[in-house]
Design a protein around this ligand. Structure first.
Ligand code: APR
Length: 320
C-alpha cells in the first residue's frame, strides 16, 4: 500500500519542523509547499539527508506548484506571517486572510479529499476563512490551537506539582487568543481535578491563577524571548498529534478549533472545543456542560472570534 501523502503548505519555522517530525514518525511522504523560492526544496533535501541516520524511508520534496500536493491525505497550513514582539495574533488578520484565499483555492483544486489542519493565526478566524475559500466539508477542516494551549498548561502544571507531564491532563477551551479558557475543573493530575489539589495543599489558588494566566500568554512569552518570530516546536508537535490521530484512525479526544453546529451553544462558528479525531476527520464534538464561570469566559472568547470573522467579511466581500 502506498504511504499516505502529507502536504505542508508553508515551509517556514513550523512547516520545516512538521516535515521533520512527520519523517521521523514515518507518517507518510511529505511535500513542502511555499512561495519562497528554494525554501521548500532546500528544507526537503536537508530533511531527506537526515533519513540515513534516523532510518526513515519517507520521501521528501519541495515545491511552489500546487499541482504537487495532488491527492494529499493531510494538508497542514502554516502559510502566512508570524507575529513579532508587540503584535497580537489579531494583527496578522489582513495579511493572512489573503494567504488563506490562495491556499484554500489550491487545496480545493488539488487535494479536495484531504484532512486539513490550519495553524495560521489568528487561528479561529483563519480556519473559518480557509474552510470558506476551500469549500471542503466542515468536518475535514479544523484548526490547531487547543492541543498546544493544553500542552502549555500541562507543562506549567507538571512543573508546579513536580510530577511527570504524562500524568497531567489539561484542558483549554475557546478561541486561541487572550480570551482562551483554561479549564481548571476539567484539568487533572492522574484523574484528580485541580480544585482538589488546591484543597490538598499541592498548590494555592493564587499560584493556579498565575499558571492559568501564563497559559493564556504562552505564545506571547515565546515571541518576547525569540524576538524574531513565534513558537514552532510545540505548535508543530501539536499538529502532528492531530494528523496522526486522523491517519491512524485513533479516535483521539483532542481540543481543536472545530466547526460547531449548536454544540456548547455555538452555532456556525469555529472555536476551540474538545473533539474526537479519527479517519472521518473531526468525528464528534464533545458537548460538555460548562459551569457559570466557564460559560462567561467561553462566551467572551466566542464573541472575540465573532469579531474577527466580521473583520474578515469587511476585508473580503466574498466572505460576507
Ligand atoms: N503561500 C504559501 N506560503 C506562503 C504564503 C502563500 N501565499 N505566504 C507566506 N508563505 C510562507 C512564507 O514564505 C513562510 O515560509 O509561509 C511561511 C511562514 O513561515 P514563518 O514565517 O517561519 O512562520 P511560522 O513560525 O512557521 O508560523 C506560521 O503559524 O502559528 C502561526 O502565527 C503563526 O501565522 C503564523 C503561522
Amino acid at each position: 500500500m502506498a504511504r499516505p501523502k502529507i502536504a505542508l503548505i508553508g515551509a517556514g519555522n513550523i512547516g520545516g519542523t512538521l516535515a521533520h517530525l512527520a519523517a521521523i514518525k514515518e507518517l507518510g511522504d511529505v511535500v513542502l509547499f511555499d512561495i519562497a523560492d528554494g525554501l521548500p526544496q532546500g528544507k526537503a533535501l536537508d530533511i531527506a539527508e537526515s533519513g540515513p541516520s534516523e532510518g526513515f524511508d519517507a520521501a521528501m520534496s519541495g515545491s511552489s506548484d500546487y499541482a504537487d500536493i495532488a491527492g494529499a491525505d493531510v494538508c497542514i497550513v502554516t502559510a502566512g506571517v508570524a507575529r513579532k514582539p508587540g503584535m497580537s495574533r489579531d494583527d496578522l488578520l489582513g495579511i493572512n486572510l489573503k494567504v488563506m484565499k490562495s491556499v484554500g483555492e489550491g487545496i480545493a483544486a488539488h487535494a479536495p479529499d484531504a484532512f486539513v489542519i490550519c495553524i495560521t493565526n489568528p487561528l479561529d478566524a483563519m480556519v473559518w476563512a480557509l474552510r470558506e475559500f476551500s469549500g471542503l466539508p466542515h468536518n475535514k477542516v479544523c484548526g490547531m490551537a487547543g492541543v498546544l494551549d493544553s500542552a502549555r498548561f500541562a507543562h506549567f502544571l507538571s512543573e508546579e506539582f513536580n510530577v511527570s507531564m504524562r500524568d497531567v491532563t489539561a484542558f483549554v477551551l475557546g478561541g486561541h487568543g487572550d480570551t482562551m479558557v483554561p479549564s481548571v475543573r476539567y484539568s487533572t493530575v492522574a484523574g484528580i481535578p485541580l480544585p482538589d489539589l488546591v484543597e490538598m495543599g499541592w498548590t494555592t489558588q493564587d499560584k493556579l491563577d498565575a499558571i492559568v494566566q501564563r497559559t493564556r500568554d504562552g505564545g506571547a512569552e515565546i515571541v518576547g524571548l525569540l524576538k524574531t518570530g513565534s513558537a514552532f516546536y510545540a505548535p508543530a508537535t501539536s499538529a502532528i498529534e492531530m494528523a496522526e490521530a486522523f491517519l491512524k484512525d485513533q479516535k483521539r479526544v483532542l481540543p481543536c478549533a472545530a466547526y460547531c453546529n449548536g454544540e456548547l451553544g455555538v452555532d456556525g462558528l469555529y472555536v476551540g472545543v474538545p473533539t474526537v479525531i479519527g479517519a472521518g476527520g473531526v468525528e464528534r464534538i464533545v458537548d460538555i456542560k460548562l459551569n457559570e464561570d466557564e460559560q462567561v469566559g467561553f462566551d467572551n472568547s466566542v464573541n472575540a472570534v465573532k469579531g474577527l470573522i466580521e473583520a474578515c467579511k469587511g476585508i473580503d466581500g466574498s466572505l460576507a
